[in-house]
Design a binder for this molecule. Structure first.
Ligand SMILES: Cc1ncc(COP(=O)(O)O)c(C=O)c1O
Length: 478
């Protein structure tokens, strides 16, 4: 068994919490008495699991594709029928039950290319450079595999942000790349500092060969949005150090901060002109899961490769062949995400209303949650600009630290385990590292909780009530 496989077997703190949440959920269904009626898992961005309703047009098109008889009835609006017919024309045998091309249906790739081009102010996007995968994590894995090479000090190193999206270390571990963390500056709105990038790459000397930098923009779980200038700095840094830019842009349509705007790395790269625009290699990923549709279970995402050699693209295709093909249902929903109803279409008003209502819920919930955490002793929550996560900073008192030490567990994890056991709320947790740790607090006392806030307002109320009850008890005890 390889070292990588052995390491993969050890569950992380997050995974332990998840397992425990699953076990408690099962106990609840078996009628075992708990202080709560159900477990609420807000640790991931799975918004449908906490009660958000699907966007109607997506499901209508899917319904038409899955059940073509509906296309000859009045059950579905005309535009959803037309879309379903069009998509079925591009499925072998006119059926979603057939296999599709390994790197994605050509028709859907061309829809995605048009979406990217419109998003980036008319910049061209080539469907041949777009690859559809069963989720953006799979797309990221494919890119990391393309970059993976060498042994020992020549092993591929990938620069990753601290804090990172919680799924990322597992992906790197599976591929076998070495993570090279660079800290984001919390007190400056999670800014990426040039000095810190240089420090991180210097620190890799002798351990691995840095070949890529992973960027999450808009940031997961931090909710920051990079400015154009900040993106330029990162591109310059990547060029100087011959790094492949792997940009996770899955939160691009959930930017709500005042004055914040999503600008894609591809657009900034093109605007920087030569030599950057022709040399810096870039992969940008987007997903059905994290966008405003939040259709995690349908499994589809895409990568667009820029400035990547045609031969390397062939390898990407080969790696995706291992999946046979991304589920067609996911690709259909991706087509709708990239080309939603337009003004004048029969479904436009409802679509617009549902998306706007979702955005308003997100904005309001974020505001309400930030106020809530800022009112709890020990918590501090800076403004969030994007995404579905709130990421409050929790400072634990020395008495709590001593108690956790006595139990042999990390204090933040212990806090979250108790929250889960006593109130049935599962949140994500990270220890603060780097500059976020103030000199005056002992190690182990600074944590961040990660909580998805995009859910119906009543569900959020329930989560916050449980959190408050728990936190008050916890403070009394410690
Ligand atoms: C960093 C990151 N990117 C993207 C995603 C979405 O993944 P997928 O598209 O595979 O559902 C996640 C979900 O956890 C994530 O953590």
């Amino acid at each position: 068994m390889s070292a990588v496989t052995k390491r993969s077997l050890a569950p992380s703190a997050e995974e332990q919490l998840q397992k425990r949440a699953d076990a408690i959920r099962l106990q609840v269904t078996q009628g075992i008495s708990k202080p709560f009626k159900k477990v609420i898992d807000v640790s991931s961005g799975d918004i449908h699991s906490t009660g958000m309703k699907p966007i109607t047009f997506v499901r209508q098109v899917l319904a038409g594709c899955l059940c073509p008889d509906l296309l000859d009835s009045d059950t579905l609006p005309h535009d959803s029928q037309l879309r379903a017919r069009k998509l079925l024309e591009h499925c072998d045998g006119g059926s979603v039950g057939a296999y599709a091309e390994s790197s994605g249906m050509a028709y859907v790739k061309s829809t995605v290319a048009k979406f990217i081009s419109a998003r980036d102010g008319g910049l061209s996007s080539n469907p041949a450079h777009i690859f559809i995968a069963s989720g953006s994590l799979r797309a990221i894995t494919v890119v990391l595999k393309l970059l993976d090479q060498g042994e020992g000090a020549h092993r591929t190193g990938v620069m990753i942000p601290l804090p990172f999206p919680y799924t990322l270390p597992r992906v790197l571990e599976r591929v076998g790349s070495v993570p090279l963390p660079y800290s984001l500056t919390e007190e400056a709105g999670w800014r990426i500092e040039k000095k810190e990038l240089h420090r991180a790459i210097q620190a890799s000397k002798g351990h691995c060969w840095p070949r890529a930098i992973y960027i999450s923009n808009p940031g997961n779980p931090t909710g920051h949005v990079q400015s154009r200038e900040s993106i330029q700095e990162v591109i310059e840094f990547a060029a100087q150090n011959n790094l492949f830019l792997l940009v996770d842009e899955v939160n691009q349509d959930t930017v709500f901060g005042m004055g914040s705007e999503f600008v894609s790395y591809k657009k900034v790269l093109a605007e920087m002109g030569p030599p950057y625009s022709h040399t810096v290699q870039l992969a940008s990923v987007h997903s059905l899961s994290n966008g405003i549709l939040g259709e995690c279970g349908l499994r589809a995402g895409y990568i667009e490769l820029v400035n990547v050699d045609e031969h390397v693209m062939l390898f990407a295709e080969t790696l995706l062949c291992g999946d046979i093909s991304t589920p067609i249902t996911g690709q259909i929903a991706l087509d709708v995400m990239a080309d939603p109803p337009r003004p004048g279409d029969p479904s436009y008003c409802l679509y617009r209303q549902e998306v706007e209502s979702r955005r308003n819920t997100l904005r309001r919930n974020m505001h309400r949650s930030a106020e809530f955490f800022n009112s709890l002793p020990g918590f501090h929550c800076p403004p969030v600009q994007s995404g579905v996560f709130i990421y409050p900073h929790l400072t634990l008192l020395p008495t709590a630290l001593t108690h956790a030490q006595g139990l042999g567990v990390e204090a933040g994890l212990w806090y979250c385990e108790r929250l889960l056991e006593e109130e049935g709320v599962c949140v994500g947790v990270n220890e603060c590292m780097g500059k976020a740790v103030t000199q005056s607090c002992p190690p182990g006392s600074n944590w961040h909780l990660r909580m998805c806030v995009l859910m119906p307002p009543d569900a959020l109320k329930e989560v916050l009530c449980r959190l408050q009850a728990f936190h008050c008890r916890f403070l009394k005890g410690f």
